[in-house]
Design a protein around this ligand. Structure first.
Ligand SMILES: NC(=O)c1ccc[n+]([C@@H]2O[C@H](COP(=O)([O-])OP(=O)(O)OC[C@H]3O[C@@H](n4cnc5c(N)ncnc54)[C@H](O)[C@@H]3O)[C@@H](O)[C@H]2O)c1
Length: 263
């Protein structure tokens, strides 16, 4: 049966991979993205089951519009993917304004969108929310604060939403990708995928970075009836990154051996 999903930030490579997976399975999608041109281009490409709209998830009126489109155009709503993100970050020295903007987009946007959509989601046979978190939620990094702290908040928000919305049978989970081939990694590597994979190999036991489609597959699974008894959890899509200890998976005991002394 065709379902209807809202995907925020759905015009990005990663968001669009989710949109394409859902669309090719026959579902309707409402794409809300700050990048209006990219959202409209995607909906034009996919056709009438995909509606692209300019949306700032930091604005309640925009979120209300996404829910209204799902209701009026597709007659219901079965799931939400909170994928939109701002990478604005000046580390622990970020200004109050920067903290507000980062949290307004990365945390409050998804929180408010879900709250707005509860009455409509509650009518679905398999209502589900997937919040896109990150491996950054659990690891400290120098030079950053807003993004990792917001992602940590998203993980706990996921648990709070899951327990609160269980009475409506709405399941809420998060996914935590590690390095994924999308705009930020593409930019940082100068568009060199092989180089990104080589650097990423030291961080991911599977020896490369992720494709956006691999993250999308995890999101689609969590939205599906196959995940019907899964709620409040975080699914790592990280090539094994989270299981690494301080040696990054490389045997280093040898480095402890002291050179034999001359005496
Ligand atoms: N790329 C990675 O390596 C990686 C790793 C872990 C997690 N993630 C997560 O994956 C998701 C997608 O990230 P990405 O790497 O594709 O980043 P991206 O910057 O390419 O995509 C983000 C999308 O969100 C949109 N957006 C930004 N601000 C918005 C706003 N206020 N309202 C609505 N839309 C807005 C952008 O226009 C863009 O389309 C994010 O949640 C990110 O944290 C990415």
């Amino acid at each position: 049966m065709p379902c209807t999903y809202i995907v925020s930030g759905g015009a990005s490579r990663l968001g669009a991979a989710v949109v394409r997976r859902l669309h090719s399975a026959g579902h309707n999608i409402v794409v809300g993205d700050l990048d209006e041109g990219a959202a409209l281009a995607l909906s034009e490409e996919l056709g009438e089951r995909c509606f692209g709209a300019a949306c700032d998830v930091g604005e309640d009126l925009h979120l209300e519009q996404l829910v209204r489109v799902a209701r009026d155009r597709f007659e219901g709503l079965d799931g939400i993917v909170n994928n939109a993100v701002t990478y604005i970050d000046n580390g622990i020295f970020s200004s109050r304004e920067e903290w507000h903007r980062a949290f307004n987009v990365n945390v409050f946007g998804g929180a408010r969108l879900v709250a707005e959509a509860v009455p409509l989601l509650a009518r679905s046979l398999n209502p589900a929310v997937v919040n896109v978190a990150s491996i950054a939620a659990k690891m400290a990094q120098k030079g950053r604060a807003l993004y990792p702290v917001a992602k940590a908040a998203i993980m706990h928000l996921t648990r709070m939403q899951a327990v609160e919305l269980a009475e409506h049978k709405i399941r809420v989970n998060s996914v935590s990708p590690a390095w994924t081939w999308s705009r930020p990694i593409e930019q940082a590597s100068g568009g060199d995928r092989q180089h990104a994979d080589e650097v990423g190999a030291t961080l991911h036991p599977l020896g490369r970075i992720a494709d956006a489609e691999e993250v999308a597959d995890a999101v689609v699974f969590l939205l599906s009836p196959q995940a019907s008894f899964i709620t409040g959890t975080d699914l790592g899509v990280d090539g094994g990154h989270a299981i690494l200890g301080p040696d990054a998976g490389i045997p280093r005991q040898g480095a402890l051996a002291k050179p034999p002394s001359d005496d």
